[in-house]
Design a protein around this ligand. Structure first.
Ligand code: BTN
Length: 247
């Protein structure tokens, strides 16, 4: 394993409410290294973005949190979402699953969600002092509630995968992309992200506080807002709470 920023250390727990919460709690009383990974077989109260829940069948999937202590300027924090999404995308690509990144950082395969990311930054002044990247990646779970519109590696490939192998790839790719971020390769990361962005440069329906409208995703702002060109030619940027995709 070639590591650039990370020092591998592993914390395994059988059950916890949320790996993000537990890692944040653990950090208060232990010194943890950059790249420490906390995994659980049974996450009972997984947190999603915007107050949503993350539900994962015990023993089947990857539910993990990785500790990052590189200091990232506040106006570049979205790049932590970008590198996490790219790491999952690349891990799936290696096993021949073609995925897209649905802004800001859902990973989509055949229009279904296979992975979600929750990035939690601790900020001091103008930069982060540490970050917890929480990742839920569906590996061997076969059944999902219809409303969730989810899929998994086994559902896509019909192959039972070793979660540890997937984790090892994911970990190395996160380290690789973090290294690009630490070296200020913002343009490269943005380019890689936009190349994999779901529905980019396609006309689509969205909903904001004014109702449903047609527009085209044309990119993201430096702070990670979604840039949409409306059908009247005007451009608008949206934060995560402000816009919904309509299929
Ligand atoms: C989302 O898609 O809304 C983000 C989901 C993030 C889920 C992961 S599972 C491991 C980590 N611990 C949590 O409580 N949440 C994240």
């Amino acid at each position: 394993m070639i590591l650039r920023q990370f020092n591998y250390s592993r914390i395994k727990v059988e059950t916890t409410e949320s790996t993000n919460e537990l890692l944040a709690e653990y950090k208060k009383s232990h010194s943890i290294q950059n790249g420490a990974v906390l995994t659980t077989e049974n996450q009972t109260k997984g947190k999603g973005q915007s107050g949503n829940k993350w539900i994962s069948e015990p023993g089947q999937n990857l539910t993990l949190s990785i500790f990052i202590n590189n200091r990232i300027p506040n106006n570049k924090l979205f790049y932590l979402n970008i590198i996490s999404a790219l790491a999952i995308h690349k891990t799936l690509d290696d096993i021949k699953i073609s995925s897209k990144i649905k802004w800001p950082n859902d990973i989509i395969v055949n229009h279904k969600k296979i992975a979600g990311i929750l990035v939690e930054n601790q900020i001091q002044g103008s930069q982060s002092i540490h970050t917890i990247v929480g990742i839920g990646l569906n590996v061997n779970q076969k059944g999902f509630e219809e409303a969730i519109n989810a899929t998994s590696i086994i559902n896509e490939l019909n192959i039972d995968f070793d979660k540890e192998e997937i984790l090892s790839q994911l970990y190395q790719y996160l380290d690789f992309y973090l290294n690009l971020l630490v070296d200020n390769n913002y343009k490269t990361l943005e380019h890689l992200y936009l190349k994999q962005l779901y529905k980019v440069n396609e006309t689509n329906h969205f909903e904001d506080s004014t109702g449903v409208f047609q527009g085209e995703i044309i990119g993201i702002t430096e702070n990670g807002l979604l840039n949409i060109q409306l059908s009247n030619g005007k451009r608008k940027s949206y934060d995560i709470q402000e816009i919904k995709y309509i299929q």
